[in-house]
Design a protein. Structure first.
Length: 240
């Protein structure tokens, strides 16, 4: 399977290089679309990060016997499994009633934030649960409040896991197309995925866009896995 994925990635990158060599003028619109995709991914992830982190923190602190926590985890798992187009249709339903939002970059960012929030919350909970309870208890024993312990112990120790989740969510935001077409089908400020969807299959524009998306997927996935695996947890803040 890994060899197949590597071969597919190499084929996409080669097709993009050949298309760019034959039609160098295809690079400029692809780079402009890449800039729009980058702004959209950063904005949507920023919108989802704070509520997802707060939800993950509450779930990590909730007792395993809590019925409410189990219900919320089940809802997050169910939402994470939904097809992306469902979030697009939900975004279209909600934003069509809000004048001035439907078809805008903000509407695309909001629907991507909705899409990534359940996944980001679940991954944040996992990262926060991995923090040793002994360090948090030591912080409280030394006189730190609960909020100080969270800010100076729990979050710094879980930061690599949270950043890994953010990197993976950025990659997902770069790759989505269907929900964006639901909320902004005619937008002139098309991100890279929408540009690829609109381009003829055998065009240089499609080849260059696909190779850029493949490179982005590889970079964000590699960054996420490296952040999750690399580095040692240091004892920050109040424990120093």
């Amino acid at each position: 399977m890994l060899l197949g994925l590597a071969a597919l990635l190499a084929a996409l990158l080669l097709a993009g290089a050949l298309g760019l060599r034959a039609h160098p003028e295809a690079l400029r619109p692809a780079l402009l679309a890449l800039g729009r995709s980058t702004r959209l991914a950063l904005l949507s992830t920023s919108l989802a990060l704070v509520p997802a982190l707060a939800l993950g923190l509450w779930l990590a602190r909730a007792a395993d016997t809590s019925r409410l926590a189990r219900a919320v985890r089940g809802a997050l798992d169910a939402a994470s499994a939904l097809p992306a187009v469902v979030f697009g249709l939900a975004g279209w339903t909600l934003l069509s009633a809000a004048s001035g939002l439907h078809g805008t970059a903000l509407s695309m960012a909001l629907v991507l934030a909705m899409l990534n929030l359940p996944w980001l919350a679940s991954l944040s909970e996992r990262a926060l649960r991995a923090v040793p309870h002994e360090l948090e208890e030591a912080s409280l024993a030394l006189g730190a409040s609960q909020s100080e312990t969270i800010l100076r112990v729990s979050l710094p120790l879980a930061s690599r896991g949270v950043l890994a989740a953010v990197a993976l969510c950025l990659g997902r935001a770069f790759a989505e197309c269907a929900p964006l077409l639901c909320v902004a089908p005619e937008t002139p400020e098309a991100p890279l995925t929408v540009m690829l969807w609109r381009a003829p299959t055998d065009s240089a524009e499609a080849a260059v866009s696909a190779s850029l998306l493949a490179a982005l997927a590889l970079a964000t996935t590699a960054a996420g896995h490296r952040l999750r695996r690399g580095g040692d947890n240091r004892r920050p803040g109040v424990l120093r």
